[in-house]
Unconditional design. Structure first.
Length: 114
């Protein structure tokens, strides 16, 4: 199984009467194969500390109750965004594989094997 990271910004934790609130930033770890993907981990921006005068926002694992809300949004209102990222990852994988095959053929030709 392959994995990629989907970054999200300003994902609403609450939607009431069409009004979005409680925005959060973070990332979702997504396992995938050619025809399938699944969210397997969620991290969010943690409490910021000052480092050299600048605030740092480290990623921390989301507590399960928060992860469940985020997963619901990513599989619901944000599904198209996650699916687009999945499709782009597959395209990138295909491109990388094609380049690797071309490199291998070139190397074999240089060694006189073809």
């Amino acid at each position: 199984m392959n994995t990629f990271t989907f970054e999200f910004e300003e994902l609403a934790l609450v939607i009431h009467n069409g009004i979005e609130a409680a925005f959060i930033n973070g990332s979702a770890e997504i396992d995938y194969s050619r025809n399938y993907f699944a969210i397997v981990g969620i991290s969010v921006e943690g409490f910021g500390e000052r480092v050299n005068g600048k605030r740092q926002w480290p990623q921390v694992p989301a507590p399960e109750s928060l992860a469940a809300i985020i997963r619901e949004r990513l599989e619901g209102e944000w599904y198209d965004k996650v699916y687009t990222a999945f499709s782009e990852q597959l395209a990138s994988d295909r491109e990388d594989a094609a380049e690797a095959r071309a490199d291998m053929r070139r190397d074999e030709m240089m060694l006189g094997r073809v």
